[in-house]
Design a protein around this ligand. Structure first.
Ligand code: FHN
Length: 451
């Protein structure tokens, strides 16, 4: 639809012309092409970047089967068979207070939880359909409401993961690359699915849980060429809560209306996982999501846990790449979080309690990241994170600022260094085996001071 806004801006904005032509040629609504983030949204983006570390939670009725969140698709269960699952879901050990306290003990500053995954099962009180935790399970309560209240109480932001892909609703039709083997009719109303079902649930999530951090979308990759009515959905979200960030995990370059670019199991610009785009936005906040073992949803047979030191290094590498780390846990079906996750998160939290200044509130530093490590920066402090370097000297390329001091963050000891037009040579402190990261603080001469 061509709006008054479009008519008024066509003369001055060639990009708008382009997006309208694409819309007319393809019959698809462009993403929110007239989107200008509000002041609150811009502030929320900065707070998001400052936060650096978030807890990802994959929890749903699939957790009962202990085989991860793709079990519906992977075991080729029919919808009728999967419908039997919710009657066993009764997470009596779920305590919102304990989950939020664990996130805080880990040094995490926000939580992103699956409000519904690809099975379409709403883990919240939804009036749009009865395929939800309140109506289909003996638990009959809304854990997202409890979590939202607790997050507000403990001062931590809550984001809702929302799967646009749905293996349960017949209106998710035509099907994409997954969920085709589960006995649904070969017909459905795509527009009704998006405009009534999905947007109806999003409206609930943005209206009934107080201020939320944003919506983390997943699943568009299932039908990359479909018209997802993004303009409508994104406008709805920004209209209901202007500060709420839209974080789409579609594995493509960011589209208008989106507030954060996220990368799955990869740092920005990398594509070892095989589905991320190499494009990295220079103006949107960045986030990288990862797992503690190798699963998102509870997987009883997955014991491939990363060590606490490895988790610290992943967080630090994310920060050095100007990105947040969203680290996942898959709680058990009874609502408890397994000890292997709890102990690791607490250790990361202990490291952050000493070294947090080199992570929170920083941006990627002036030296390019390398196999040796990364740098972060806040004001006139540059934090050199030596992650994989055994030699006593480290040579870094030139930067347009004078280094006036170098200190070990562990004990504030002064470190020798020399700087010339070819770069900076630092004497790195000896490795202490227990330290996952040797952090050196460089003090730069402030540019607003005379040399
Ligand atoms: O299919 C999902 C998967 O189950 C999980 O939710 C991850 C989290 O980033 N995202 C999808 C794959 O891109």
């Amino acid at each position: 639809m061509i709006t008054k806004f479009h008519v008024a801006h066509l003369k001055c904005c060639p990009l708008l012309w382009l997006s309208l032509l694409v819309a007319l040629a393809t019959g698809k609504a462009p993403a929110q092409s007239d989107y200008t983030p509000t002041h609150e949204n811009r502030r929320a983006r900065q707070e998001f970047q400052d936060a650096k570390f978030g807890m990802f939670i994959h929890w749903g009725v699939y957790s009962l089967l202990g085989e991860g969140e793709w079990v519906f698709h992977e075991r080729k269960l029919t919808v009728d068979e999967y419908n039997r699952l919710p009657v066993f879901f009764n997470p009596q050990k779920f305590e919102a207070q304990a989950w939020v306290a664990l996130a805080k003990a880990a040094g995490m500053k926000y939580i992103t939880i699956t409000s519904r995954h690809h099975d379409g099962f709403a883990m919240f009180d939804s009036k749009v359909s009865d395929w939800n935790i309140v109506q289909r399970t003996p638990y009959a309560r809304d854990p997202l409401k409890m979590l939202a209240d607790e997050c507000h109480r403990q001062g931590i932001k809550l984001f809702f993961y929302y799967s646009q892909l749905d293996w349960h609703n017949p209106d998710y039709y035509p099907r994409g690359t997954s969920g085709w083997d589960n006995g649904r009719p070969q017909s459905g109303n795509w527009n009704r699915y998006l405009d009534e079902y999905m947007n109806g649930q999003l409206r609930e999530l943005l209206s009934n849980y107080g201020p939320i951090g944003g919506i983390w979308f997943d699943g568009m990759w299932d039908k990359p060429d479909a018209d997802w009515h993004l303009a409508k959905t994104y406008a709805l979200i920004h209209q209901l809560q202007p500060a709420a960030l839209i974080i789409p995990n579609h594995h493509q370059t960011p589209k208008p209306g989106e507030d954060v670019q996220t990368f799955e199991r990869d740092l920005p610009g990398q594509n070892t996982a095989g589905f991320n785009t190499k494009y990295v936005s220079s103006d949107l906040p960045l986030e990288s999501s990862d797992t503690i073992n190798e699963s998102w949803g509870f997987n009883i047979g997955d014991s491939k846990y990363k060590s606490p030191a490895e988790l610290v290094r992943r967080l630090v590498r994310a920060a050095g790449n100007n990105s947040n780390l969203l680290l996942n846990i898959g709680p058990m079906p009874n609502g408890e979080i397994q000890q292997e996750f709890v102990s690791r998160l607490r250790e990361v939290g202990q490291w952050l309690s000493k070294y947090g200044d080199s992570v929170y509130g920083t941006r990627g530093g002036p030296f390019p990241p390398g196999d040796w490590g990364v740098t972060t920066q806040k004001g006139n402090k540059v934090y050199v994170h030596v992650l994989n370097w055994t030699a006593p000297l480290l040579a870094l390329p030139p930067i347009p600022a004078k280094v006036i001091a170098a200190n070990s963050m562990l004990d504030a000891a002064r470190l020798e260094f020399s700087q010339n037009p070819d770069g900076l040579i630092l004497k790195v402190p000896a490795t202490i085996s227990a330290e996952p990261d040797r952090v050196i603080v460089l003090t730069l001469q402030r540019t607003d001071q005379k040399p």
